[in-house]
Design a protein around this ligand. Structure first.
Ligand code: GLA
Ligand code: ZN
Length: 678
């Protein structure tokens, strides 16, 4: 097993964050204090220049990098490496004044005014040109600096642009996709409906809010195009940097299950995936353990974008943020646990937004390592310092990865199609929640599933859960069949295989594209329940599940019926089935039930797959990283109460003690147990 350390210069785990010295250039005393305090907190990396364009280029063509050079030098001399960002996420006023086309156009067709950030047009040739000039200069000036370890492209790519450049590119993208044959597009989009036939690609507009929003194929292609175009912009930046410094790795900071971009299409262009993690800790709807569990899912999504490389937690808030509905402080101990969780899930970095709170503007009250108080004598600073210590202790785990034999399928195309479909209940589609609930149920059994696309290689998995796989990519059905045939355990649910990648319904019975042979069932009707409606599923062994929201009426062809409906006109009809297919089993769960009720089914699937489940106290998470350096078991007690975990043996790097049989953890405590390996 090869060890893949992201940053050989740094050697172990990265501890750092966004640093904005450009806000403090008139305070050399503060900049000096920063270095002293960074060293005290065990900081070994700083992310610079995320929003520095107007400092680099205060007027068109006039460049100033001296200030950055002295900061990078100084950090480096003090053992702190730089993640250097490109500043394309926000534009200086002169640029928008001279080139208004750089500003985005909204869904109503209105051009933005200058201001805020993340609102450039990704198609604008002049914007691309200006970005490339600056990126090239940054690479030329700093690319050979020994302190620069990575490029961070732009910031949190997102949003859409409806400007004339983007519309033209969309038309060209469609023409290419449909072989320049407008009738192919008409067929794929079913445009005979409502007389929506197009004569040419030039007639096609994106889904303006006051325009064409009723063609499912168009809506979905626009989403795909937005990913394609954003990716194209990102690659343009990456290629510009690579043309000067081909060996510096690149990343772009992604966001929590961001809806607007299919990250799976963007990940291949990145050397490492990084993301910004801001959980809503201590909210009034979930237990702390549930919030941690949801965060673990988010980590798994990011980790699975590049399964064989550690990812990066590029941003996180050590104290609080300023944009959540309630900006609650992280309670003592929670920050440390959250940082350890990131590492447990496969991150090689713990990075913050931000190092020091600014004095003014939008983020002046956003948490930071260093408060307006300005000292290292604060609760938050001390906790960050503890994280610094901890990361040094567990540094041997750097470069190892999470390997799992179980996966949950989650697709952006499917997500967009479900959001858009005019069916079911508009308020109870809950695709993401359904996926997260099931994923968390497996985590309770100690199974840290990967989260992968439906057309991805499944050969490393023995168990796959595919909730609500409404849209099938070309190849998905064959992929799933091959998986089960060679012995895989597969579970699908209601609302599977209704449409193809153009969102055209399959004829001849759902699930389509041959999946009805795999599951041995046809879904004839889907019933949407009102919240007060009740139904249930009864099993032969006396088990009963409650049904909510959706119930499909099945025709069983050649599957075993495990559970049947208890109410309504479809009472007694099949609700849960299993078909043995090749060496594996394909389960179909035709109704929505809580993930917790499905636990016995999950356990039996795990047993058949030969994947050992763990007995864990409630709220204790278990993750494993492994590599040539060894095997590391992470135990995180995501509750305020002490917990004891049985069957733990090895050396705990956190407490620096040997654990035999039982691991005792205080509330919010954690252990990283290195296993004895030959
Ligand atoms: C995002 C951005 C940062 C900052 C933080 C605040 O993650 O990338 O620049 O605004 O949010 O939480
Ligand atoms: Zn545009």
């Amino acid at each position: 097993m090869e060890k893949k350390i992201l940053f050989p210069q740094i050697g172990g785990l990265v501890h750092g964050g966004d640093y904005n010295p450009e806000q403090w250039l008139d305070r050399p005393d503060i900049l000096e204090e920063d270095i002293r305090m960074m060293k005290k907190a065990g900081i070994n990396s700083a992310t610079l220049g995320v929003f520095s364009w107007s400092m680099y280029e205060p007027a068109e063509g006039e460049f100033h990098f001296e200030w950055l050079e002295s900061i990078i030098d100084n950090l480096y001399q003090n053992g702190i490496y730089t993640v250097l960002a490109t500043p394309s996420g926000a534009r200086p006023a002169w640029l928008d004044e001279a080139y208004p086309e750089a500003m985005r156009v909204d869904r109503m067709g209105m051009r933005n005014h200058h201001g805020v950030r993340h609102n450039h047009c990704p198609s604008s040739p002049i914007y691309r040109e200006k970005v490339a000039i600056l990126d090239r200069k940054l690479a030329e000036r700093f690319g050979s600096h020994p302190g620069v370890v990575m490029y961070h492209i732009s910031n949190e790519f997102g949003g859409e642009c409806f400007c004339p450049h983007c519309v033209r590119r969309f038309q060209e993208y469609l023409a290419e996709k449909f072989d320049r044959d407008i009738d192919k597009l008409n067929a794929a989009w079913w445009t005979a409906f409502w007389s929506h036939r197009y004569n040419s690609f030039e007639q096609i507009e994106p889904p303006f809010a006051n325009g064409e929003t009723s063609v499912m194929g168009l809506n979905l292609e626009w989403k795909r195009f937005t990913t394609w175009n954003t990716n194209d912009f990102m690659k343009w930046e990456i290629e510009t940097l690579r043309s000067v410094t081909p060996d510096i790795p690149v990343t772009a900071n992604l966001m929590r299950l961001y809806n607007g971009l299919d990250y799976r299409k963007m990940a291949p262009a990145l050397d490492a995936v990084s993301w910004d993690n801001y959980p809503l800790f201590h909210n009034n709807e979930e237990t702390l353990g549930e919030t941690f569990g949801e965060t673990a899912f988010q980590h798994a999504v990011m980790r699975s974008l590049k399964r064989d490389t550690p990812f990066m937690m590029m941003e996180s808030a050590p104290g609080l943020v300023n944009w959540q509905p309630f900006n609650k402080l992280r309670r003592p101990g929670v920050h440390k646990l959250a940082c350890l969780q990131a590492v447990a899930c496969g991150s090689d970095t713990v990075q913050y937004f931000q190092w020091r709170k600014g004095r003014g503007s939008f983020e002046q009250y956003h948490g930071a390592v260093v408060d307006h108080l300005g000292t290292d004598d604060t609760r938050v600073f001390r906790e960050v310092e503890e994280v610094g210590e901890l990361l040094k202790k567990i540094a041997p785990a750097a470069g190892t990865i999470v390997r799992t034999r179980a996966a949950l399928l989650f697709d952006w195309d499917n997500r967009w199609a479900i959001q858009d479909v005019k069916a079911l209940s508009q308020s109870k589609k809950k695709y993401e929640e359904t996926c997260i609930d099931i994923w968390r149920e497996f985590l309770k059994l100690g199974i840290d599933m990967d989260v992968v696309g439906s057309d991805e290689d499944l050969s490393r998995y023995d168990l796959v859960i595919a909730p609500m796989l409404y849209l099938l990519q070309p190849g998905t059905a064959q992929n799933l069949k091959a998986f089960v045939e060679r012995g895989g355990q597969l579970m699908a649910t209601y609302f599977t295989g209704y449409v193809d990648a153009d969102q055209l319904c399959y004829l001849g019975g759902f699930p389509g594209d041959g999946l009805k042979e795999l599951f041995g069932v046809i879904s004839e009707e889907i019933d949407t329940l009102y919240p007060t409606d009740r139904n249930g599923i009864a099993f032969e062994n006396g088990e009963k599940w409650e049904v909510a929201d959706y119930a499909e009426v099945l025709r069983v062809q050649d599957a075993r019926v495990l559970g049947t409906y208890t109410e309504d006109y479809y009472r007694g009809g099949a609700a849960v089935t299993c078909k043995e297919y090749g060496k594996g089993k394909a389960y179909y769960v035709a109704a929505r039930t809580s993930a917790a009720q499905m636990l016995p089914l999950f356990q039996s699937m795990l047993a058949d797959a030969g994947i050992p489940a763990r007995q864990l106290p409630e709220g204790v998470e278990y993750h494993v990283r492994s590599g040539e350096e060894g095997v590391y078991e992470f135990y995180l007690n995501c509750t305020g109460e002490p917990a004891a975990v049985s069957e733990v043996n090895g050396f705990d790097l956190v407490s620096e003690t040997e654990v035999r049989d039982t691991l005792h953890l205080p509330g919010c405590g954690a252990a990283v147990v290195r296993l004895q390996t030959k």
